[in-house]
Design a protein around this ligand. Structure first.
Ligand SMILES: [Zn+2]
Length: 91
């Protein structure tokens, strides 16, 4: 089950505030733990989202350097004039 970071932060904040209002010292630490997990997940998601567009650019560049043989459908480099699998002339 995937719990979003803002839910951890919201629950953590709620437990921290509620337990501090009720003067339950043990639950303040539980609330802070939830907040720490929420912050950790937020940082992780931020790094993960930052990396994704870069991977897409690399993938697009790789696609531009290759195309597929019309006869046997294998991936062929654009510099090759003949398919290395079936010998089909590519251009
Ligand atoms: Zn081929």
């Amino acid at each position: 089950m995937k719990i979003p970071f803002w839910l951890w932060l919201a629950v953590g904040l709620f437990i921290t505030l509620a337990s501090s209002a009720l003067k339950m010292k043990l639950f303040i630490w539980v609330g802070l733990l939830f907040l720490a997990i929420g912050i950790g997940k937020m940082v992780f998601e931020f790094i993960f989202k930052e990396r994704k567009p870069k991977e897409k650019i690399i993938h697009q560049q790789a696609q531009q350097r290759y195309y597929y043989c019309p006869r046997c459908k294998i991936r062929v480099h654009v510099a090759e004039k003949f398919c290395r699998m079936c010998g089909q002339r590519l251009r």
